[in-house]
Design a protein around this ligand. Structure first.
Ligand SMILES: [Zn+2]
Length: 260
């Protein structure tokens, strides 16, 4: 295992402007969390990916998650809900059981650890109590980097997830680097302008497999949308397949001269 470098993880960021290219996920992680660095100086990063439903983290970040775990870093996936409302003809309890099993299978493929945050699909809440509850889950992970939905999204549960993460980030003193991911841009995510790309050419097959683990969600019908996005982001960044992210500019770890 070795520390991630910009070259390791990020695809063609060198083609972007310099200031953008310097805002890197793991460069910030080791700088802000020296206590997590191994004695040898090798830093094992803790990554959290938070999504509204089983299959969102996989479709938004599956290739990136596989790249992190291949490099020996730890990834936890927080599913805000278990997809209770997501299978026609099934009760919430039945759908939750099916979709939880699918999520576990997807996590196994990506070598990630699942966490279920206990909200209900289609009825997610943004309240003082829900901020508190979600904040505790995220704080307990002490992440170096967190990925979540970009908040301008047609799905309420995606927006709720994003705001819960953002609130925890603010209240925790912005200690982790915050990145936003996209899902079905043009249909769900909108007004999303990437600042970073991750080359997922070598992990696209596992991303696809993790998505197809959600067999109750018609992956044959929906994966082509994700495939198109992966190819489009790849085209933008000069790779075959890529995933795109927007980094919050106040994330720690920016290595620009004089950065605070
Ligand atoms: Zn979703």
């Amino acid at each position: 295992m070795k520390p991630l470098s910009r070259r390791d993880l990020l695809g063609a960021t060198g083609r972007l402007t310099g200031s953008i290219a310097l805002g890197l996920p793991l460069a910030g992680a080791s700088a802000t969390n020296p206590e997590t660095a191994a004695p040898s100086g090798v830093h094992k990063a803790k990554i959290v990916v938070a999504g509204g439903h089983p299959d969102d983290p996989e479709s938004g970040c599956g290739g990136t998650i596989a790249r992190y775990t291949d490099l020996g870093h730890e990834v936890a996936i927080i599913y805000l809900t278990r997809g209770e409302a997501g299978i026609d003809g099934k009760s919430h309890a039945e759908a939750a059981a099916i979709r939880t099993a699918e999520a576990l299978k997807a996590c196994e493929i990506l070598k990630a650890r699942p966490i279920f945050a206990g909200q209900i699909d289609g009825s997610t809440e943004i309240t003082p109590a829900s901020y508190e509850a979600f904040g505790k889950i995220l704080d307990a992970e002490a992440p170096d980097v967190v990925y979540t939905h970009w908040p301008v999204d047609s799905h309420r549960d995606h927006r709720a997830t994003s705001l819960l993460v953002y609130d925890a980030w603010i209240r925790g003193g912005k200690r982790f680097a915050l990145y936003y991911f996209e899902v079905m841009t043009g249909h769900q995510t909108s007004h999303f302008w990437p600042t970073h790309y991750v080359d997922i050419t070598t992990t696209e097959a596992r991303k696809r497999a993790s998505y197809f683990a959600h067999s109750s969600q018609q992956p044959d019908k929906y994966y082509p949308y994700h495939d198109e996005m992966n190819r489009y982001r790849g085209m933008e960044s000069g790779r075959k397949y890529a995933e795109a992210y927007m980094r919050h500019l106040q994330s720690p770890g920016d290595s620009l001269p004089g950065a605070v």
